[in-house]
Design a protein around this ligand. Structure first.
Ligand code: TXA
Ligand code: MG
Length: 344
């Protein structure tokens, strides 16, 4: 398949190009597009056939449901059959933006989207290109992250091109995603609201409007075998670069000392480091983040892909900033490291 790659400036959207992209979606094709979190791989959420092609293109297991993207809250009844008052509050407070709400599914959404569940994940993105694509296509857009299954989510068009060129109809290059990790997922379909995936909207922010909100206990743990996870995507290998990743977690200073020791012990390998700040390391490839988890989230997936490009064998990722945003970063870091965590 010949994949069209179309550059669109999010600050000055080319209406005609967007109409073409919207038509690909409404005709049943696949278009990758930027959102404020990561790039998505979109298809008409009302079409079982189109949605089935998402799973093929990604190599995604069919029991892992997709998020349905709409342009505004008045479209929720098209995709969900029930919206509790508390869920309305969440949409009012944080949408459009990096949050996904699990609701009871409408009968119009095919089982292929929700992997047979009675619930549907609903998100109203804030990225102008994502919003325009939904409007132009005239349908809700089912879209997972636009990576090959198991790989880090794409935050730049070049990541999508690497994973998806030749496998889908079109890729919209709309520049870098600003958040860098996927949306927060909150399940509002049960008795109590539960955060299933931490992301751009924090637990503290949600707690302010939903005092009884809980965090799913699987979030910082790997899924134990034979347990049915709430969020089907949680049980799969995730964000895994070719390199073996270790998280070096603890107080700044101690983490630096440990990383130096690890580099020495692995002198026969090509070593990569994610360093918070500008400490010197004697490694092949050192990538840096500012002293901020917002910056860490923004860069992490890009860095994991960069290590693969540089044929790095082993990565030591420093983690030392504990704040409200830490959960979102740690959740991805731990998964990319397959829970190889060294606490110092
Ligand atoms: O930021 C994001 O959320 C991005 C952009 C493209 O919107 N999308 C994204 O999609 O991260 P994906 O498919 O990579 O992750 C969606 C997660 C999966 O772990 C899936 O299992 C979970 O959402 N999910 C979807 N529907 C669900 C449902 N009805 N109940 C529980 N979990 C659900
Ligand atoms: Mg994903």
């Amino acid at each position: 398949m010949n994949t069209k790659i179309v550059k669109i400036n999010p600050e000055n959207i080319d209406e005609e190009k967007m109409s073409q992209m919207g038509k690909i979606i409404s005709d049943g094709g696949l278009v990758s597009f930027p959102t404020e979190t990561v790039y998505g791989l979109g298809a008409n959420a009302f079409s079982s056939a189109a949605v089935a092609n998402i799973f093929k293109a990604k190599g995604r297991p069919s029991d892992n449901p997709l998020i349905v993207h709409i342009s505004s809250a008045d479209k929720i009844p098209d995709v969900a059959r029930e919206v509790p008052e508390a869920a309305k509050k969440v949409f009012d407070a944080f949408s459009p933006g990096p949050i996904t709400v699990i609701l009871k599914k409408s009968p119009f959404i095919p089982d292929g989207v929700t992997a047979g569940l009675d619930t549907v994940a609903v998100r109203i993105p804030s990225h102008p290109i994502a919003r325009e694509l939904i409007k132009k296509s005239g349908v809700p857009i089912a879209a997972p992250s636009s990576n090959r299954s198991g790989k880090p989510s794409p935050t730049k068009a070049e990541h999508v091109i690497f994973d998806m060129d030749g496998r889908i109809d079109a890729i919209i290059d709309g520049g870098e995603c600003s958040v860098g990790v996927e949306s927060t997922i909150i399940d509002m379909s049960g008795e109590k609201p539960v955060i299933l995936r931490p992301g751009g909207i924090t637990y503290a922010q949600l707690k302010k409007i939903l005092p009884n909100v809980e965090i799913d206990r699987h979030i910082l743990k790997s899924i134990e075998k034979n347990e049915a996870p709430k969020c089907p995507g949680m049980k799969y290998k995730h964000y895994a670069p070719d390199a073996e990743v270790y998280v070096i977690e603890g107080e700044k200073g101690r983490t630096e000392e440990k990383i130096r020791q690890c580099i020495k012990e692995n002198s026969d390998k090509r070593v990569g480091v994610i360093s918070i700040g500008d400490a010197d390391y004697d490694a092949q490839f050192v990538l840096r983040v500012d002293n901020s988890n917002v910056d860490y989230a923004n860069k992490l997936f890009d860095y994991l892909r960069e290590f693969d490009k540089q044929k790095i064998d082993i990565v030591f990722a420093e983690f030392s900033i504990e704040d409200d945003y830490a959960l979102a970063v740690k959740n991805r870091l731990y998964k990319s490291a397959a829970n190889r965590i060294i606490r110092v």
